[in-house]
Design a protein around this ligand. Structure first.
Ligand code: PEP
Length: 260
């Protein structure tokens, strides 16, 4: 049976001292064992203080992105080895906010080209992570316009196939996929649990047969203490990727317990 995994995405929030303080609070709430796998993805700058704060706990730390090259003239980027060296266990790849696909647009539409993640860069990043100590969490999901045009399955199948292009299936056997409908991220509009379960099952069916049983598929998009238990009780949903509700340890612990 797959172990559920709940990961908090702190996005571009919290200065280092605050991040460390919230990690410490969460560590105390979680205690020795959480009953499911738990991770937090703070900003790059807060990775080190959060790793220190979580020493001796079962909570892992993740980065919100990486670059696919090992080193070189790539100003401002970080490699998989660098974030592993900083103590990370997880890395998010292809979050919709990096793909320029926002549930709630808080930047001028004319700047969306700045958020340049594509299916091809997701694939390159995944290749860079496989074979390292990091567990990749690859995000996929449809926009509202794509859902309304009945293109959800088509869009998601294309994202999953592109992500695995040129990769031996077994290399991703322990990987994680987060199904995050873009329209549900940061909007308070959660996907109905039956539909979220259906899409997670669909994602599994798109995966190569040899890894269908092992890959964990999370749901993400406005998960909170009130809806987490219903979502996580669905057979195809192996936990959650949680944004807003992961910032408050007293809320996040309730989400974690819902998966335990
Ligand atoms: C996310 O950042 O991946 C996310 C799902 O955010 P939220 O829970 O705030 O919708």
């Amino acid at each position: 049976m797959r172990k559920k995994i709940v990961v908090g995405n702190w996005k571009m929030n919290l200065l280092q001292a605050d991040a460390a303080a919230r990690a410490t609070e969460l560590k105390e709430l979680v205690g020795e064992s959480s009953g499911c796998e738990v991770g937090i993805c703070p900003t790059f700058l807060s990775i080190s203080p959060v790793v220190s704060a979580l020493e001796g706990s079962c909570i892992g730390v993740g980065a919100q992105d990486i670059f696919w090259k090992e080193s070189g003239a790539f100003t401002g980027f970080l490699s998989a080895a660098m974030i592993a060296d900083a103590g990370c266990k997880y890395v998010l790849i292809g979050h919709s906010e990096r793909r320029g696909r926002f549930g709630k647009l808080e930047v001028p539409e004319s700047t969306l080209g700045f958020f340049a993640e594509t299916d091809e860069t997701v694939n390159l990043k995944l290749k860079a992570v496989l074979g390292t100590s990091l567990t990749p969490i690859v995000c996929v999901g449809e926009t509202l316009a794509e859902r309304e045009a009945s293109k959800t399955d088509e869009v998601i199948a294309a994202q999953v196939n592109a992500m695995l292009d040129g990769i031996e299936a077994e290399a991703f056997a322990e990987g994680v996929i987060a199904y995050e409908p873009v329209w549900a991220i940061g909007t308070g509009q959660v996907c109905d649990s039956t539909e979220a379960n259906r899409v997670c099952g669909f994602i599994r069916s798109v995966l190569p047969a040899s890894i269908q049983a092992s890959v964990r598929i999370q749901y993400g998009g406005s998960v909170n203490p009130a809806n987490a238990a219903e979502l996580f009780s669905q057979p195809e949903i192996d936990g959650g990727l949680v944004g807003g509700a992961s910032l408050k340890p007293s809320d996040f612990i309730q989400v974690i317990r819902s998966a335990s």
